[in-house]
Design a protein around this ligand. Sequence first.
Ligand SMILES: Cc1ncc(COP(=O)(O)O)c(C=O)c1O
Length: 429
Amino acid sequence: MDYVYGPGRNHLFVPGPVNIPEPVLRAMNRNNEDYRSPAVPAMTKTLLEDVKKIFKTTSGTPFMIPTTGTGAWESALTNTLSPGDRIVSFLIGQFSLLWIDQQQRLKFNVDVVESEWGQGANLDVLESKIAEDTAHTIKAICIVHNETATGVTNNLAKVRKILVLKWLSICLRMWLSIIYLRQSHRVLADINNYMHPALFLVDGVSSICALDFRMDEWGVDVALTGSQKALSLPTGIGIVCASPKALEASKSAKSVRVFFDWNDYLKFYKLGTYWPYTPSIQLLYGLRTALDLLFEEGLDNVIARHSRLGKATRLAVEAWGLKNCTQSEEWVSDTVTAVLVPPYIDSTEIVKRAWKRYNLSLGLGLNKIAGKVFRIGHLGNLNELQLLGCLAGVEMVLKDVGYPVKLGSGVAAASAYFQNNTPLIPSRI
Ligand SMILES: Cc1ncc(COP(=O)(O)O)c(C=O)c1O
């Protein structure tokens, strides 16, 4: 076998798959088990309860499906919608593009709202579409919370507000009418016209367990993630969480689904055996440990850590004199930074050289922005000093490819920020 890893550790800074912590690796190093014995269902029960916490939901029903993020997308769509259903979907980068492609191949009527890559979802367009849609032809709104290709985070609370504000304005009109006109019957009919029933489907693949995510509070109907991102596990579990409204929708949704059918899971949940087909025992033990580590650190601390990693990376980019692909502060991502390079440099060369010379793995620019950006993933089980290693590597590569960077400039900016802002490790206080 060719030995391709080089000495020391590979510095893995692609935005997923990410580093797997040692305790998780050890937890997964075990034999297979009989998944129909009492032990695996007992562990599954606790996992199902605990994964709800990463979505911040108490009313949602989670499904841990042996799949990737792409399968989780399909599960969300086919369980809740029927072919021909109109859905509004935001195109802002490669992953939202791929989800839209899947939506079209599943024969939904996709109303695509496109933004320039580097910008967030155009929520003004959503607002007008919702306002115009008094007949409720929109069955779902699909949005990628964090577009991993461009490092753009969408504002989900704002989406929720758009859906709810219409409702509130109608409530106000009802109240005024009841008081002044005493026409409550007419106004109540009016409310039904305005209250928008569209399902709110969110790809949280590169956000959940790293960015602030509140399924219940934001009225998200289906949220999903993949195990290889901020959960810091191997690829192989797609976690999909459905609100009561989404479960209700699944009863009448007519899309063909077999492997991803929530009903098969629900039957086994009732029986207390949980698995309609063979789960990966090793991944379940890994997930148990990954969740334990996240809860030990505290989810809010995990989010704060990602916020520090994101901020420090952006400070380094600025110190190098380079620009973030994300066009405005309102959309910057704390899990991935896409760095624009000057036109005379091919960013693919940066990624190649980082791997070949410094054992550093960076993310490529994808599709429209191939050659124009490289990506630094800063999510999952990662700390400040690890990130500084990556930033030092990026500086050397930039110099290698002819960009006039001052070595140490980005590291200095990031480490000054860390030195002022890094708290004590919560479990060591
Ligand atoms: C935001 C987002 N959604 C979906 C996917 C697809 O996930 P997977 O490659 O696990 O199928 C990715 C992969 O990177 C992603 O970043």
